[in-house]
Every structure is written in C-alpha cells, then in structure tokens.
Ligand binder design. Structure first.
Ligand code: SF4
Length: 364
C-alpha cells in the first residue's frame, strides 16, 4: 500500500543521502532531490524532471510524498501595535500519520510572523499551557516544520497578498529543544536562499523552557537565530509549581549560567520571556528577583500578557500592575519590551495552542 512507504518529506538531508546510497545512487543526488522537495509544490516523483526516469522510478517504489493538509482555518481581526489593523490567522494542519498541529500567522508593524510547532503535543505539561495538557505525541520532522511555514506562505500567495512572511518563531506547540536536530535542519532550510521560502536566520526565534545541554549545543552551531527562554519567575520554588518538570530538570541557577555562556558565545542577547500571572509572579519582590536574575549577562526581558485557557485557573494582571512591574525593571536599567497577545479569541495566542480534539474532550 502506498501509505506504508515512508514519507520522503520527513528525511533530513543526511538521511536523504543515506537513502540515495541505499538505492545504489551517488550521495550527491540527494541535493537534487532535496532541491525539488523544498523548492516546488510537487505531489509525485514524476514531476522531478531533472532526474533520470530510472531514479524517479526507484524513489517512487521506496517512498511517498505526503504533504500536510489544512483541516481548519480560523481568523480574527484585531488592532495591532501602533493601532494598525490586522488579522491573526490559525491553521489546524493534519500530518500524514493523522496527528495534528497548529500554526499561526501573526501580523505586526512592518512584519508578518509565522509561529510554528515543533512537536505534536508536549511532554512538559507546564501549568499555564494548553499544549502540555495534550501530552506528548511525537517530534515533528524538519520537513513538517518547514511545511507549516509553506502553508502560511501559500495561503498569503493564493489570496494575492502583497505582504510576505518576514519572521518565524518556534513558539507553537511543543518544546523545540527536545527536537533540536530537526529544528536546526528546519532553520537551515528556511534560511537557505536555494529554497522556496527564505528568511534571514536573525528573523527566526527559538523559544525554549530552558533545556540546558541543548542551549549549549545551539550556541555551538553558529546559527544566527534568536533565543527566547520562558522564564516566568526567577524563584526556583515558584517555577517548580508553574513548570514542574522543566524547572526541576533545569534549575534556574544552572540555566542562568548556560544563558550567560550562550550570550557570550553568540554575542546576541537572550530574551527572558515573563508571562505575568495575577497574584502569582507579579509582586515587587518578583520584579526584584527578576532584575537580579537578569543582571550580569546580555539579555532583555519580554513581559507577556497571560491568555485565558479553558480549565486552567490563572488570571491576567491588571494594566496598572503590569505598568508598575515594568517600571521597576526599567527604572533599574533593564531592557524591557511588552508583548501584546493577539489571536486570543481563536485560541491562537501564547500558551493556547492545542488541537481541537483535546479542547473538545477538555470541555466534557
Ligand atoms: S509552555 Fe512550552 S514546554 Fe511548557 S507545556 Fe507548553 S509547549 Fe510544552
């Protein structure tokens, strides 16, 4: 049955080279096949017209080409930074094995950002996050990560939009640094001018809960991507209540050393993401702890509004509390930005992504 043939879109370049060798073809042919897969919307090997008929036949016997399918499209019109109107859009995408992920298009002043998932579900189960409630299903392949960007980019192109995607953030479902190898390959493919979609690595952000060895590994790659860490509190005990597994496995003191190494090795600031939760991490003492944590290495702080999630009992802070918290940081000289949340009405905002299967069972 055709469905039993492995999906060639799941292979990284090194795996494609091994696959070509197994088909008694030179390894360098893998680059030609890769070029076809990443640059064209092809549905069959017969369309790879620069390859010999014999190679196309061998590939067709051994592999299938199964792209992602869009199952659902939601959108919501909002006012963005500087009061510019824009529309946040969310795609529910079906993977070839039936798993589902969500990807979001986020407009902003002078940019259009693709927020992509790196795993189906997530093993971390952070207390404020809908994805964590799904449990872990599997890592996405590099091809499946890239395909989310293509799906959003194609959506814009098909409607004749003048605007093109400018940024990519790994802030969708899953923890990217539990799938580092495929995330790195996806970053390389998404930033390669040879392929269908290309953006600068500096416009790609990898967001992690703080997987220490993988942050160290990322620092060694030479990638120019930005790194954001979901800190949410600088108090180890509090962090263990908010993000139990991540906090216990990657304690704040060791994490800080790793972030300092990363910033010093790459010369780039690390973004400390801090989601403000009313009565949990929004006090003056919390702000001072955060300041102490952020001092002494190259970083900036990004305050985030909490987005309500069904069955999760946190509340966003009032505007005055957020402003007070921000002032404490700024008065002490910290570099602080505020990330407004968009897409809350379609569950597309930070922490809200989860496939509808999970949501409907959640509500039962
Ligand atoms: S916040 Fe990130 S790491 Fe935590 S459960 Fe959600 S997706 Fe996983």
């Amino acid at each position: 049955m055709a469905e039993e043939r492995p999906n060639i879109l799941d292979l990284r370049l090194d795996e494609l080279e091994a696959a070509l060798e197994a088909l008694q073809e030179p390894r360098w042919r893998a680059r030609q096949v890769h070029q076809w897969l990443l640059s064209h919307r092809i549905g069959s090997f017969s369309e790879m017209t620069t390859l010999s008929l014999e190679l196309r036949r061998k590939l067709d016997e051994a592999y299938s080409i199964r792209p992602l399918e869009t199952e659902k499209h939601d959108e919501t019109a909002e006012r963005f930074e500087g009061d510019e109107p824009g529309t946040t859009e969310k795609l529910l995408l079906r993977l070839p094995d039936g798993e589902r992920v969500e990807s979001v298009l986020i407009p902003g002043r002078g940019r259009l950002t693709a927020c992509v998932s790196s795993q189906a579900g997530c093993p971390f189960n952070c207390s404020f996050c809908a994805t964590g409630k799904m449990g872990y299903r599997r890592n996405l392949s590099a091809g499946e990560i890239c395909a989310q960007v293509w799906a959003l980019s194609d959506m814009l192109e098909q409607r004749g939009s003048q605007a093109a995607l400018s940024n990519v953030v790994f802030m969708g479902m899953g923890e990217p640094l539990l799938n580092t190898r495929n995330v790195i390959e996806a970053v390389e493919n998404l930033s390669s001018r040879k392929y269908r979609y290309s953006t600068s690595q500096r416009r790609i952000t990898i967001s992690t809960v703080g997987i220490i060895p993988e942050i160290d590994r990322l620092a060694e790659t030479g990638l120019k991507t930005k790194l954001a860490v979901s800190l949410h509190t600088a108090d180890q005990r509090k962090r263990e209540t908010l993000m139990a597994r991540a906090a216990r496995e990657h304690p704040l003191d060791r994490l800080r050393k790793s972030l300092a190494r990363y910033a010093s090795k790459t010369g780039e600031p690390v973004t400390l993401a801090y989601m403000l939760l009313r009565g949990v991490n929004d006090s003056e003492e919390d702000a001072k702890r955060l300041l102490a944590y952020a001092s002494g290495f190259f970083c900036k702080i990004n305050l985030i509004d909490y987005n309500s999630i069904v069955n999760i009992k946190f509340e966003p802070v009032y505007d005055e509390a957020r402003d007070r918290f921000r002032r404490i940081l700024q008065d002490a000289g910290a570099q602080v930005t505020l990330r407004k949340s968009y897409g809350t009405s379609i569950n597309a905002a930070c922490g809200q992504l989860a496939t509808s299967t999970m949501r409907s069972s959640d509500n039962q």
